[in-house]
Write a protein that binds this ligand. Structure first.
Ligand SMILES: Nc1ncnc2c1ncn2[C@@H]1O[C@H](COP(=O)(O)OP(=O)(O)OP(=O)(O)O)[C@@H](O)[C@H]1O
Ligand SMILES: [Mg+2]
Length: 492
């Protein structure tokens, strides 16, 4: 094992260290020596670092620390350990470089860290590096029914998780676009307003857009319990701590939890933990998808994931651009969201699918704010929740006319498409005339279409209204819609 204290060991040329191949070449001798030793003493080389680097913290500013002594041999995303003045160890990740100094952000509080504190980095052989550096999680089926933190440790007070399983890359690339399976059949979400007006297919990705307090989390809870999937992976990213138990006990319940994995990083967690919650949940969903399962991933909220990225980007010295978000946020967002969706075809079996529903907090009810805009452009559909509807007491407060599923018409029968179009057309007319009706200025008999919309409005409202514990199958929802329209003489 080699211990390096300085930036550049005296026997190395600077040029060697500046590129990745030079960096690996430096350690090839050490690796081959270790391979010989490991094979003789039956130790897995995976567990043996080829070098331990020590650096020193030079400054602690805001949420980040700068470290000297490891700039040439580390890269973005490498994980290291910071040794506090009180002897406490804190894991950290390198998020940038300034000159010869590395900028790192800790996974825990910064308390006890100061200038001069030691930073330790274990360098492992290239092939194992991502696993050793913490950029991979070992997953197994025992995760189902468990509540974990973003680094994979259970937080439900039950037995520890088995360390055995498949090592899955937390930063995996999405399956090759040209080889990916197509979307699967339509999926029952169990909420009439969504099943009818934004019908969702297996492998589709939908966004739930709403201002604060309009009912995103409550709707997510209904979906977690009602959706017809094999496994549900739920990521609670940066939301309130109080809501976690409420979600587990009231929304999910023991029946929902029996087929779910819940990943939690509350709002007080450091930004790296909030970011990792989204990656961990996506990686777990991929693990089950690759077994051919139909997986639902619910992320509440992707806005908080972007807030975490913003804090990390700004701490690494990136300039703020749109509404304080540095450009890297909008580069990283599609890398996460594109990982959901269909998997690669499996031998003789249909491909697994990740159906994804991401909640987006639209700040100040501005649906064109940058995160909402970016997410809407990436996903395959959007569900808009409206404060006016919530204030009128109709939950879930979904504004059907502003919501869209880009794949709905392709998975419904022609009759179902007809029913949905008729209902939408009548709701649009009702939307135009309702102010006049409420003022008492509407006169029936002048326009037959408006009269029909007026008669249909309360009946359609009944279909859209759904209490929290209620489950409705997709077939029942279409039957109810068919009956409502038929009662006014509308049928194909
Ligand atoms: N289906 C529903 N039935 C009755 N009340 C509801 C329903 N959905 C939401 N509410 C009411 O709206 C409140 C806020 O809901 P919720 O916490 O789901 O909103 P949110 O959009 O997630 O808010 P935030 O952005 O602050 O996280 C709830 O406390 C509840 O009073
Ligand atoms: Mg919420």
């Amino acid at each position: 094992m080699t211990s390096l204290q300085d930036d550049t060991p005296p026997h190395l040329h600077q040029a060697d260290l500046h590129d990745a191949s030079g960096r690996e070449a430096v350690f090839s001798d050490a690796i081959s020596t270790l391979k010989t030793i490991a094979s003789n003493i039956h130790v897995s080389l995976d567990d043996v670092p080829v070098a331990i680097l020590e650096g020193r913290i030079t400054a602690v500013i805001g949420l980040s620390v700068t470290i000297e002594g490891m700039s040439h041999l580390t890269g973005i995303g490498d994980r290291l350990t910071l040794m506090g003045l009180d002897g406490r160890e804190t894991d950290a990740e390198i998020i940038g470089f300034r000159g010869k100094e590395a900028i790192a952000m800790p996974f825990g509080p910064l308390d006890g860290l100061g200038a001069g504190c030691k930073a330790v980095f274990h360098l492992y052989p290239t092939a194992q590096r991502s696993v050793r550096a913490g950029a991979a999680l070992t997953l197994n089926d025992g995760l189902i029914g468990r509540v974990i933190d973003p680094i994979g440790c259970p937080i439900d007070g039950r037995q520890p998780l088995s360390p055995k399983g498949r090592a899955c890359n937390l930063r995996a690339r999405p399956p090759e676009a040209a080889l990916r399976a197509r979307l699967g059949p339509r999926l029952t979400l169990g909420v009439s307003a969504l099943d009818l007006f934004t019908t969702c297919r297996e492998g589709q990705r939908l966004g739930l857009f709403a201002g604060s307090g309009v009912g995103k989390s409550t709707l997510m809870g209904m979906l977690a319990r009602n959706c017809d999937c094999d496994v549900a992976v739920i990521a609670l990213v940066g939301e309130r701590g109080r809501e976690v138990r409420e979600f587990l006990e009231d929304d999910l319940g023991s029946e929902g939890l029996a087929k779910a994995v819940v990943v939690v990083a509350t709002s007080d967690a450091p930004p790296l933990m909030r970011r990792e919650a989204a990656y961990t949940a996506t990686t777990i969903a991929e693990y089950f998808r690759d077994q051919g399962k139909s997986v639902l991933i619910l992320m509440d909220s992707v806005t908080r994931f972007c807030h975490a990225l913003r804090e990390i980007g700004l701490s690494s010295g990136e300039p703020p651009a749109t509404r304080g978000y540095p450009p890297s946020v909008f580069a990283e967002l599609p890398r996460l969201l594109e990982r959901a969706g269909p998997g690669l075809p499996l031998d003789g079996k249909p491909a697994g699918q990740i159906t994804a529903i991401y909640s987006v907090l639209v700040e100040g009810d501005d649906h064109n704010e940058p995160v909402a805009d970016a997410v809407r452009g990436i996903l395959d559909g959007h569900v808009v929740m409206d404060r006016r509807i919530a204030e009128a007491g109709r939950y879930p407060a979904i504004n059907v006319l502003r919501s869209l599923s880009r794949t709905a018409s392709g998975c419904n029968t022609p009759e179902e498409n007809f029913l949905v179009q008729e209902a939408r057309a009548n709701m649009a007319i009702w939307d135009d005339i309702q102010d006049v009706v409420q003022l008492g200025a509407y006169r029936e008999g002048n326009d037959a279409r408006s009269d029909l919309a007026l008669r249909l409005a309360p009946q359609l409202e009944t279909i859209l209204r759904q209490s929290r514990p209620e489950y409705r199958s997709l077939e029942d929802s279409f039957l109810a819609l068919r009956n409502v329209l038929a009662s006014q003489g509308i049928h194909q």
